[in-house]
Design a binder for this molecule. Structure first.
Ligand code: CO
Length: 470
């Protein structure tokens, strides 16, 4: 990276997340590839460490809502972005879908992702059980690509410390990832919980403990994001994630422009041309009206103060509000807040991220409305059974027995890696879908999203019309 002032000794590296997490966080992942093309070349010239362009919810929304082939985006963008590596977010054994897939599916998915142009894979598991990213890591390495091992940042109180999520917890997790062969290590703070001074302590400690570059991903949700980056930068973090202003703040990432400006002339100067960023933002402002209706604008505040008080992410609350409205039980929200905290404790303190946030949120509603663990969701039973992996602390034996009583999938928690119980899926799926899947890309898409991909493929091949929006 070039330094504009000539005094930078160790420039902060910046990953741009505008084209994935940015619009996923505030525009419901609805940005079309055609709107990315006009800025792609300009973005390539910015000097970003990487651009996140795929993974997370993009695969789902592209085929479900945008009529785009979910594999097409990195391929198309690669024509315009020739220097900057592409990153994707990969939920370990969940890939970009909603359940654990068998190892043969995971391997084929990673191979394909490499083929379409993904260079860096940010791999994480919702429970921080790294057995769930083993297969991905192996396969990414086999393809000669970059593994970004990731720890989900979680807390049990408002600051780092307490019973589980201590400084030492994160240091141990980072060491584990380094041993697994991670090329970089990312702390993924999806709810914006990491406070500035904790970030300073955390990255100071991580810097001493591991030798691979460190990456911080935070969201602006609580309003602390930019301060947190600044303190992490002072502590020596190597890479941070930002978005261009029109796609930043709110529940998205901190904006890049003020960070670049704040560091100008310092020893961590990013060396990124602010004027170029402003030009790209201008284009985004022009297309923004198209997506403006997707912004959550029920409140004047663009931050969620609640997350500072109870650590429950904003997205989880808004899901609960709509669930409770349907059940005419919105007035019981206060009780549900308390119940979420209690269930999370009883379930071994999982981080609140997809899918654990949904599992715990829905069970909290059931517990408040019908009595504690009178009605139990199958997802919660699966969690207790260990099918999502190991929780940060073991679940109480009595409660385990109560929840798994008469459960058809098992009554004794498993101890093996969850995917060890899954038989191969590819050949069976190929037989089932038959000629509707003409390529392995179609087949993989269908395994991940059977209903909506089937519809998409029917449109693509049988209606004779081309579905691609670009
Ligand atoms: Co994120």
């Amino acid at each position: 990276m070039k330094d504009t002032e000539g005094i930078s000794t160790r420039p902060i590296k910046i990953q741009d997340n505008t084209l994935r997490d940015g619009h996923q966080s505030i525009y419901a992942t609805r940005m079309k590839t055609e709107d990315m093309i006009p800025i792609a070349e300009e973005m390539d010239g910015c000097g970003f460490w990487a651009m996140e362009v795929w993974g997370g919810a993009t695969f789902d929304t592209m085929h479900r809502f945008l009529g785009e082939d979910p594999w097409s985006r990195p391929r198309i963008l690669k024509k315009y972005v020739k220097k900057t590596p592409f990153t994707m977010l990969l939920r370990g054994q969940n890939l970009v879908g909603y359940r654990h897939y068998a190892d043969d599916v995971v391997r084929a998915f990673v191979d394909k992702s490499c083929e379409i142009g993904i260079d860096i894979f940010r791999c994480f598991d919702a429970l921080n059980d790294f057995r769930n990213i083993e297969t991905c890591v192996e396969r990414i390495k086999a393809n000669g690509k970059h593994v970004e091992g990731t720890v989900c940042y979680s807390l049990t109180e408002s600051r780092l410390g307490g019973e589980i999520y201590t400084l030492d917890f994160y240091v141990q997790k980072a060491k584990e990832l380094e041993q697994m062969g991670a090329d970089t290590i990312c702390i993924k703070d999806m709810a914006g919980l990491l406070s500035p001074y904790d970030a300073f302590d955390l990255f100071s400690a991580l810097k001493k403990a591991v030798s691979v570059p460190l990456h911080l991903h935070t969201h602006y949700t609580s309003g602390m994001g930019s301060m947190t980056y600044l303190k992490a930068i002072e502590a020596g973090v190597d890479i941070i994630d930002t978005c261009l202003a029109p796609y930043a703040l709110r529940t998205s990432m901190p904006a890049i422009e003020p960070i670049v400006a704040a560091l100008q002339g310092s020893e961590r100067d990013a060396g990124i041309d602010l004027y170029r960023l402003l030009e790209i933002s201008k284009h985004l402002e022009q297309i923004a009206p198209k997506y403006g209706h997707l912004l959550a604008n029920q409140k004047l505040s663009i931050i969620d103060g609640g997350v500072l008080a109870h650590q429950i992410p904003g997205g989880m609350i808004s899901n609960l509000v709509s669930q409770l409205k349907e059940m005419k039980a919105l007035h019981r929200m206060g009780e549900i807040h308390k119940e979420i905290v209690q269930i999370r404790k009883e379930m071994g303190y999982p981080p609140l991220v997809t899918p654990s946030s949904q599992i715990i949120g829905s069970q909290a509603v059931l517990n408040v409305l019908f009595g504690r663990y009178v009605r139990i969701s199958n997802q919660l039973k699966d969690l207790v059974l260990g099918l999502y992996g190991k929780t940060a602390v073991p679940i109480d034996k009595e409660l385990t027995a109560k929840i798994l009583k008469n459960y058809k999938r098992g009554q004794e928690p498993i101890t093996v890696r969850p995917a060890d119980l899954l038989p191969p899926e590819m050949e069976e799926a190929r037989k089932t879908i038959g000629h509707l899947a003409r390529t392995d890309e179609d087949l993989l898409g269908w395994i991940l999203f059977p209903q909506t991909m089937e519809k998409y493929l029917q449109g693509k091949y049988h209606d004779g019309a081309t579905q691609s929006a670009s």
